[in-house]
Design a protein. Structure first.
Length: 108
């Protein structure tokens, strides 16, 4: 399980994984994975593909702030982040089922 902070629309903005804190720089894609029909206790998953980097010490973790729903399925970069000051980032597939979040895939 992963600790995830979300905005008022449920979009991930920060998460912690393997004892490290990450800030979401961009939401690249989102989709729904249907439950396995042959398993009685399986659930649908909402999956978010995000670009994220390690949260820098002393930084409150400025994340992507989106003002409309058209940001989903588009790569959005935080305008306040200068590329030279952002540490190396990776792409993470984060899944949510009910209130539980977990990392499905890491693409670096």
């Amino acid at each position: 399980m992963t600790d995830v902070a979300v905005d008022d629309r449920g979009m991930p903005t920060k998460f912690s994984w393997r004892n490290r804190k990450y800030v979401v720089l961009a939401v690249l894609l989102t989709w729904l994975e249907s439950a396995a029909w042959w398993k009685a206790d399986s659930r649908d998953y909402s999956v978010w593909r995000v670009e994220a980097s390690l949260e820098q010490p002393g930084n409150s973790g400025k994340s992507v702030s989106t003002s409309d729903s058209s940001c989903v399925n588009q790569k959005i970069r935080a305008s306040s982040c200068a590329m030279s000051s952002v540490p190396a980032s990776g792409v993470y597939d984060m899944a949510q089922s009910n209130t539980s979040w977990f990392i499905r895939r890491v693409i670096d």
